[in-house]
Design a protein around this ligand. Sequence first.
Ligand code: PGA
Ligand code: MG
Length: 222
Amino acid sequence: MRLAVDIDGTLTRGDGSGALDPSVFEPLRAVETVVVCTGKVLPNANALCTYVGIEPNAVAETGGVTYADGDVRFHVPDEDLEGFVEEYAPDGDLGWEGTDLVNRWRETEVAVSLDRSKDEVKRVAERHGLEVLDTGYAYHVKSPDVDKGQGLVAVADRLGFDPSEFVAIGDSENDVGTFDRAGVSYAVANADETAREAAEFVTEASYSRGFIEAVERERDRG
Ligand SMILES: O=C(O)COP(=O)(O)O
Ligand SMILES: [Mg+2]
């Protein structure tokens, strides 16, 4: 089985802590190929893969950064990210407390805290040709030409697979791109409406238990 799997809301426990559920580690280790497809930055995806003990194939920054076969690539937006930050947050404050570790290693998009007004983030983003995705964890301000689906295509190609060989599992509107490109798609039960509508299947269980349910169901389907 080849998996294109989201992190937040999909591999986490759903107890409000944001913590990974260690019971996903064995299922991740047991499948043939895993591509972690996340809105988080590459160092997050890389750390997850390293500590789970799987090869670090990743689509990070909602598709802006991909990593496969020891090779990092950037899908750099033509749009004006710097212009967005200059206008929206001239002091660089994107709503994160303390040192902004959310954006520190982010190279192709900007993540704004959910504490901020979504309408205002959208208004300013649109003026710079950018779009906003709400993952339930952050507002991702990004190029409309970049998404996790195009990232999965890029990684699959480098690994020598077709994207349709992948089972995509996710929880939010930033997973619709992978759902569209993968052969089969699952939204976990806690997923937002956009993801639930886009997915072929919705699991009965939520969060990490939904992920495990999807993997078991795919294994049963052979
Ligand atoms: O951090 C986020 O905003 C979302 O991350 P995810 O794509 O892994 O769910
Ligand atoms: Mg998610």
